[in-house]
Design a protein around this ligand. Structure first.
Ligand SMILES: [Zn+2]
Length: 485
């Protein structure tokens, strides 16, 4: 078995139900057990030669819901993309042993919830998310997208994550009010399904509360960064806030014992329109894109990192000589080649790639405890293949675009601030008041209950255990959720 898709297939095969809308509560429970068994023994097939990446700040965490042109285009330029397995995480027990925001996905078994309520929510989640995962099946089966469970790793690595989180916080010297001016609350991801949405007490001194919000964002970032690091893939920041945390938080930590230079490509990579998982799979290893990826890596590997000026000059020269012709080819492919035949077209948008590079002398000079947190995995077997010769990419970023997370992920709901006072950080009222104000935010709505059967409460009270179950299966309670705790 390669992914949770196989677990879903195996489970639904031979059942009369073709989806999760009508299976009984007991059966959903046993499906969850199979998912946990699978997660515990899964070995994801990550190929270091493909220079795999993790797209932080939502795209990898919500890959099934990706729908924007930029991230889908970026899959053509990436050999392999590590993503989070939403089904594995929904059913994980570890999610209840690490800190989460109140607004995080509740998972299969939040405490204090009765069986019918939690099964109903699980059913709503599965009927919403599973079809989206199936849409991504061509990319998963081709090994371009590799789903992994994350909550268990967050639990196992909680010590390191906490250390990294604290180290990053000490490096971020920004004043909270300046931070709130630079980034809107909506830009700060704190959970896979939540950005912003911070509860704030009105008052003349908002800084401590903004600082607290920042810390939630750093925790989310530290988890994703550690996940990427553990699997030996390069953390990639698609949006400004994550890039800021990489530049100001991660680079200085690694840089305490090593030089880190940032290499930025000047070329705009074309963003394609109408890409589907099938089209991406079909053209991913087309000559143009395959060559582009391997040349891109050659450029990075040869970068002299001792001297930032020399690094910039080198990247610019190599880019002009090697990458530009390939990018032009890619654009042609969209207008008259394979991409065009498959229905994709060139959009007006472009993006570029930035990467922070450090030499692998890192391995020999691990002195500071702080550097170990980020660079510690360089000593792990899993990561050895990433080293080879030349510099190591600490992180990379997609830059020079105007896309936001909500442009790239579907099912995002915007929530404006309930009260927003112009001229104050995040609109937090300066006048002390009794009521809490909530900043602007975004939530992903991925447990749509509308497809579920409603419960006729009158019938339920009349028929008792033989009445309809409240979990939305349309079955009798006695044969559905009775006995579940
Ligand atoms: Zn039920």
């Amino acid at each position: 078995m390669l992914s949770t898709i196989d677990v879903i297939d195996a489970y639904l095969t031979g059942r009369p139900d073709t989806d999760f809308s009508t299976v009984t509560g007991r059966d959903l429970e046993s499906f969850g057990e199979r998912v946990r068994e699978f997660s515990a023994h899964q070995t994801p097939e990550i190929d270091a030669d493909q220079h795999p990446i993790y797209l932080g700040g939502w795209p990898s965490a919500n890959f099934a819901l990706l729908g924007g042109d930029m991230i889908l285009s970026s899959l053509l330029y990436s050999g392999q993309v590590l993503v989070r397995d939403p089904i594995a995480d929904w059913f994980s027990v570890e999610q209840y042993r690490v800190e989460h925001m109140m607004s995080a996905r509740p998972g299969f078994h939040p405490s204090g919830e009765d069986a019918e309520t939690r099964i109903r929510r699980t059913r709503a989640f599965l009927t919403t998310v599973v079809p989206q995962i199936m849409r991504m099946r061509p990319l998963i089966e081709a090994g371009i997208v590799v789903p992994v469970p994350s909550e268990q790793l967050y639990f196992q690595e909680r010590g390191r994550i906490d250390l990294l989180r604290r180290d990053i916080e000490t490096k971020l010297s920004i004043d909270p009010v300046a931070y709130a001016t630079r980034f809107s609350a909506e830009e700060i991801a704190t959970e896979d399904n939540v950005r912003g949405f911070f509860a704030m007490a009105p008052g003349p001194e908002p800084a401590p509360q903004i600082h607290k919000a920042l810390r939630h964002g750093v925790r989310y970032f530290a988890r994703e960064f550690t996940l990427a690091d553990r699997y030996g893939v390069t953390y990639t920041a698609p949006f400004a806030h994550e890039r800021y945390l990489c530049q100001e938080g991660v680079s200085p930590i690694v840089g305490t014992s090593n030089r880190v230079v940032e290499a930025i490509l000047r070329s705009g990579l074309p963003v394609f329109h109408n890409l589907t998982p099938e089209v991406i799979r079909d053209v991913h290893d087309d000559d143009t894109f395959g060559e582009f990826r391997s040349t891109l890596h050659q450029v990075y590997q040869g970068t002299p990192v001792e001297d930032p000026a020399a690094a910039t000059a080198y990247v610019r020269d190599q880019e002009n000589a090697l990458l530009r012709p390939l990018i032009n080819e890619g654009e042609k492919a969209a207008s008259r080649g394979l991409l065009a035949r498959l229905g994709a077209s060139l959009s007006q948008n472009k993006f570029a790639i930035a990467a922070a590079l450090a030499t692998d002398t890192i391995v020999g000079t691990l002195g500071a405890a702080t550097a170990i947190t980020v660079a510690g995995t360089f000593a792990d077997d899993a990561i050895k293949s990433r080293r080879g010769s030349g510099p190591v990419r600490i992180w990379s970023a997609l830059v020079a675009h105007t896309q936001r997370a909500s442009d790239e992920v579907t099912r995002v709901q915007h929530a404006p601030a309930a009260v927003s006072i112009p001229g104050t950080p995040w609109g937090i009222p300066r006048e002390p008041g009794m009521s809490i104000s909530v900043t602007a935010g975004q939530l992903i709505w991925d447990a749509d209950p509308r497809a579920l059967a409603d419960t006729d409460e009158e019938e339920r009270s009349r028929l008792g255990v033989y009445g309809p179950c409240r979990c939305g299966s349309g079955q009798k309670f006695k044969f559905c959720c009775a006995g579940l705790r």
